[in-house]
Design a protein around this ligand. Sequence first.
Ligand SMILES: *Cc1c(COP(=O)(O)O)cnc(C)c1O
Length: 411
Amino acid sequence: MQRDISTRILHADRLGGIEHGATHKPLHVATGYGYEKAADLVAVFQGERSGYVYGRQGNPTTAALEAKISLMEEAVGTVSFATGMAAICATMIALLRRGDHVVASKFLFGNTASWFNTLGQLGCSVTLVDATDAAEVEKALTPQTRMVFVETIANPRTQVADLAGIGKLCAARGIAYVVDNTLTTPALFQPKAVGASLVIHSLSKGICGHGNALGGSVSDTGLFDWDAYPNLLPAYRKGPPTAWGLLQIRKKGLRDTGGTLSAEHGHRIATGAETLSLRIERACSNALAVARWLDAQPLVAKVHYPGLPSHSQHERAGGLFHGFGALLSFEMADGLDPSALLDALELVIKSSHLGDNRTLALPAALTIFWEMGEEQRQSMDIAESLVRVSVGIEATDDLLADFEQAFAKFQ
Ligand SMILES: *Cc1c(COP(=O)(O)O)cnc(C)c1O
């Protein structure tokens, strides 16, 4: 019998064998790695044998985390990065060329949207579409389209992309399908199930969970035919073709851009990952309770949470995910100041992070989506009074009591 993934993650390091019988991988802090014979060093450099050469390209601690993420995503391999943004940028720098076209969801994490602007300036073209409908993605495809990029649940409005429909489309056309699984985490969803080629994570969020480390990753599900992908260099067409894409990402993305995950942060993230399924379970049930409570408030105009039957993709989310996630957002009734409400909260922290064990909230239009301006906010359906809440793992009653006392101050 295959053991549950939560069990396998807990025992993953130990099964590989660790010095002194330690129960998890220690911190490896060395920058360089020495070899007995020059020939051994040469063999590692030439890809003839595996080994570490220089810390920018990874070390045994981050490799153990990468193995854990591969396990969670049932992937053939993973490359870790200093942040989620480093993972996203390095993946595209490694795989795209001038003249290539990318179709992406228009409902995106703000910094990813900002990166797509830059990618446009670097000579790739990017079309942003409403990815809740695969037909909109299909309409945007051109013969130059190399990649489709979507988030599972969009931050902050919680739209759920037509993940299965887009997967079929990409498979039929041989287009790389890149899914940012940060908001769902592998505890709720594995993008491999809908045909994703690459799975991106901001490890800084739910997988770490404790808000004490930054990291990012890209995993290859093994489903994409890299042999047919035109932008792979001959040097990286070595070994099994399922490994080619990730090899080019590790060399051209991680090695050349240098966005390396530190061993210490990798270790903290790996520790956080041990409790992912427990934490996500509590965060999802808390989020549903808060969403339902907010939905009944006259001072709230609209609540966006995939777990509410009123959400446009409620059924899709229920069919794809093992839970509806820890992120919700809501719009204040006319004229009410979201900042005043946030100031009235005593337990909930006013913070821009998400996927933390603590509940965090912020006025989204005035903060993380401020730089892009009102026009783009409107195109992304972000109301000026939108409050984003990343729900943590506090006791449900304490959380509800905090919202109750804060709203009471407005009556
Ligand atoms: C936070 C986030 C990122 C970026 O990750 P960092 O680790 O902060 O660089 C990317 N995608 C999504 C959906 C995110 O929430």
